[in-house]
Design a protein around this ligand. Structure first.
Ligand SMILES: [Zn+2]
Ligand SMILES: [Zn+2]
Length: 189
């Protein structure tokens, strides 16, 4: 059996790390990832491609440090015109994972309160990277709020998509790019 078989990626970004947990500090597993990941339905983004990339698993003490980059095509609704649009997004990962049971004895291990539940390896030695990956893609997508920087948005009166056509509404056609700022100013006043 080749060494890399001991960390088996599944389509859900879950990895069986029982072998790696038995290794000494400094042992590394490198591999390529292609995963179909479904995001929670309450998220504002969806994925329009598999998640692909390269990950490095490093054995550190009894823990596993994961570093690497993942890419996916993310779909979200434009903050101005509300049309869905795609962005190719790359995230950088650097996450430490902690076993919840001792891999040799099976007895449970306790961790400090600072250890997030998303960073626990379960009692079957499955390391689930999907929650953290989702969080990182949601975070990265927030910095790409508009289908394009010059998106004109919708007419506040009739709802016409001003990227497609103008309308005859008799309103102050203030550049909608400043709408957020104006709303903020109004609140302050
Ligand atoms: Zn737009
Ligand atoms: Zn209008």
């Amino acid at each position: 059996m080749s060494e890399n078989k001991s960390v088996t990626p599944t389509s859900y970004l879950e990895f069986n790390v029982s072998q790696l947990l038995k290794e000494e500090t400094g042992v590394i597993r490198n591999f390529a990832v292609t995963a179909q990941l479904l995001f929670d339905t309450e998220q504002t983004i969806t994925l329009n491609s598999p998640v692909t990339g390269r990950l490095k698993f490093l054995s550190v003490g009894h823990n596993i440090l994961i570093t690497g980059t993942l890419q996916a095509t993310v779909q979200q609704d434009c903050g101005r015109c509300l049309n869905p649009f795609d962005t190719r997004i790359t995230i950088e990962l650097e996450e430490e994972f902690f076993p919840s049971v001792d891999v040799n004895t099976g007895s449970s291990l306790s961790h400090s309160a600072e250890v997030e539940e998303t960073n626990l390896i379960n009692d079957q030695h499955i390391l689930d990277l999907s929650k953290i990956t989702q969080q990182e893609f949601v975070l990265a997508a927030e910095s790409v709020r508009y289908c394009r920087e010059t998106c004109l948005g919708l007419c506040s009166q009739c709802g016409q998509d001003l990227n497609i056509a103008t309308c005859d509404c008799d309103i102050d056609k203030t550049d909608s790019r400043w709408a957020d700022l104006l709303a903020m100013k109004t609140e302050i006043m």
